[in-house]
Design a protein around this ligand. Sequence first.
Ligand code: 5AD
Ligand code: SF4
Length: 461
Amino acid sequence: MTSPVFLGMPKPQELRPATRPGRRYFVRTFGCQMNEHDSERIAGLLESDGMVPAPSLPEADVVVLNTCCIRENADNKLYGNLGHLKPLRAANPGMRIVVGGCLAQKDRELIRQKAPWVDVVLGTHNLHRVLTLLDHAEEWGPVTEIWEETSSVEDIPSALPVHREVPHSAWVTITIGCNNSCTFCIVPIVRGREISRRPGDIVREVQGLVAEGVIEVTLLGQNVNSYGRDLDMNGRRPLFAELLRRVGAVDGIERIRFTSPHPKDFGAEVAEAMAETDAVCEQLHLPLQSGSDRILAAMHRGYNAARFLDKLDAARAAIPGLAVSTDIIVGFPGETEQDFQDTLEVVARARFDSAYTFMYSARPGTPAADLPDQVPPDVAGERFDRLIELQAAITLELNEGLVGERVEVLTEGPSRKDPSMATARSRTNKIVHLPGEYPSGQFLEAEIIAAAPHHLVGRTA
Ligand code: 5AD
Ligand code: SF4
């Protein structure tokens, strides 16, 4: 369908009284932080309608699956979940099932063809319509509504109510969509062209969050470095580096993170802004994807291994103590053992603090899905294991190097595994477990006394 024009209209939650007081909802999120943030807004909208969180999925009146389609296993997970929901929905005729997000945007009617017990399907551009579509489903039966694009910058859902799990920490969307054309990636298809929010709106949102008790924000965009390229502010385009400084100047913001920059657009001005803005954490997620120049070109990434490493060196020189994480895809079509060796070499040289590693997954509709020489799964799997082994050794070595250091940590509440320990996070985004009970949102100084592959152990002075 074409996008309805929504300019200047009141937001949906302002139009209606709460119509579902005491009904219970459960939101299950697949995928990235953008989806997590969208889920917070869906939860916020449901709460604005009087609903409360359900303790578990089977106890919910409204179940929302917020989906991801970045790799094929994300698809499989959704259809597996819908299979489990079928008997629950049959036993509880009052239950409503909503499927939203990227896979819904991609699969549309196919979702209800495969799972006719789904009540509402909505895409990435119209999640603010969730209450209206639930009403529609009550009155008229199942509904699928997908918009082709976000109709106005006002509809970027940061303005929607939000239910935040960690009260002191918030995500703030700065751009939606992506104008790049990485040949493996389905995001531009399901999230659309890039739209930036105006800097003043972002700063006002951060000020509002501080007033609610937030002290840490993570700025979100598919490619934060291209922030502002679509804006025209009296003949000038605002830059991401400027935005970082403006957000850093908001009184009361203690920690700023952002995800993700694109290496091709990551310039010295951003590293400088990071270094000069006290609240910006010493943490950078810089997705490498591959260490082979041939594969990087086939991926359409716009940089080669040497340029990536130069930018990394420059960022580390500008920001002392910088921790760097990355994303790497193994088994992109045409990847040879030599290409993979190049990736191992760059990983050894880059010494990332952590890496998210993925086996290439062909996404129909993307250019790479049609390339010849798809790598057999057993070959990709074996390379994947070797990469993980190398990165795990580097991560552990870097973590062990922190033993004896004193670091500032921010508490997040009791550890899930051991409630006698508290979980906290360093500015470099490392998890630090500490003995004792601390309220969430408290700054402590911790001495690191032990290191593990995925966390550190500390004690307070
Ligand atoms: N196959 C495997 N990994 C992918 N990613 C994106 N698309 C694919 C795909 N088709 C990875 C990239 C990206 C991260 C979010 O997901 O590494 O940075
Ligand atoms: Fe996908 Fe590339 Fe855009 Fe990231 S920059 S969302 S990998 S197309």
